[in-house]
Every structure is written in C-alpha cells, then in structure tokens.
Design a binder for this molecule. Structure first.
Ligand SMILES: [Zn+2]
Length: 189
C-alpha cells in the first residue's frame, strides 16, 4: 500500500519514468550487445503505445487520487471549523433569504434587539448552517468531487450546488443583513 501511495503522490514520477526508460534501454543495449540502438529498434509500435498508455493512466491516477484526498480532507475539516462564541450565546433577530437558502441573523444575547443601533449592526453574526428554504431544516454541506459544494436537506431532500463554501456565503449574507439593518435604523430615526 505504501508503494502504491508513493507512486500515486508524485506527479513528476511518471514523466521521469517516461524520459528515463529510453536511456535505460539504450544503456542496457550498449552493455549487453555493444550497440546503443539495438534494443530500442526491437521495440514495436504496440509496445510503445502500451507504454504511453501506462504513463497516461498513471498520471490520471495521480490527479484523481490528489483530488480524492483534498475532498476527503475538506469534508473532515468542514465539520471542525471553530468559531468564536459569546458567553451567553446568540439571539436570532431576523432571517434573510440569500442565494436560495435561509440565513439566521443574530446578535450576542443581552443586546436589546428592539433598540437596534449602529452598534448592533457591527455585532451581527450569521448562523451556520443555513436552513432549507422549503422546510427550514438546517442544511448539510459536502465537497463535490468535481467542483464546489453540495448543500442538502436531510428532511425534505432539497439539494443545491454552490461554488463557494458556506462560510464565505455567510459573510456575503452578513453584508446584506447589515445593509438591511442600517436601512431599518435610518427609517426609524
Ligand atoms: Zn428541507
């Protein structure tokens, strides 16, 4: 397993093998037949194509393995991202729909949500995970093998593909929520 892992890690390995093989064959040819070219001339087209095919499959194997490892690592990490929490927790003050899903907008407990001020605006936070737009269940996120992320509702089966991780979308939702709150404050002045 270790050898296979090693062979599947280094993207240069197949290229080195591809370049070195003719040299090794001609060196061996020189030693055994006293003629550099003799053994190379014995190689048929079929054998050459087979050799090329092996190199190409090897490269593809490396690319797929690397991708698989990245996806696995990111899926593990996604569950373990730490965030800073206020001592008393948060209180949701409103909800917005952004990027096709629902985001809870909250402030640390103790801030009087009825007396929204510019101070409140700076302290708002977006709760993760976002919620399903159909049934309001918290969504699950997994890394897609090809590109981006998949968000899934375990309750109703709603799914959505998204290019960016939801932590990034939460930052965008926060900008929108901030603006909504600022607007609300201005209106009530
Ligand atoms: Zn749902």
């Amino acid at each position: 397993m270790k050898t296979i892992d090693f062979l599947l890690k280094n993207i240069l390995a197949p290229l080195i093998v591809a370049f070195l093989t003719p040299f090794v064959i001609s060196l061996y040819s020189q030693i055994t037949t006293d003629n550099w070219k003799y053994l190379l001339e014995q190689v048929s087209f079929t054998q050459m194509y087979l050799f090329l095919a092996v190199i190409i499959f090897w490269e593809m194997g490396i690319i797929l393995k690397n991708r698989y490892d990245t996806v696995k690592r990111e899926n593990l990490k996604a569950g373990a991202l730490t965030r800073h929490f206020p001592i008393d927790g948060y209180e949701t003050i409103f909800q917005i729909q952004y990027n096709g899903v629902l985001w809870d907008i909250r402030v640390p407990k103790g801030i009087d949500s009825f007396l929204v001020s510019s101070k409140t605006v700076d302290r708002i936070d977006v709760k993760l995970p976002p919620k399903c737009p159909l049934c309001k269940t918290e969504l699950e996120q997994t890394r897609s093998f090809i590109k981006g992320y998949k968000w899934k509702c375990v309750s109703c089966g709603f799914t959505k593909r998204n290019n960016d991780i939801w932590h990034k979308e939460a930052e965008r939702a926060k900008k929108i929520a901030k603006r909504k709150l600022e607007f609300h404050i201005d209106e009530n002045k």
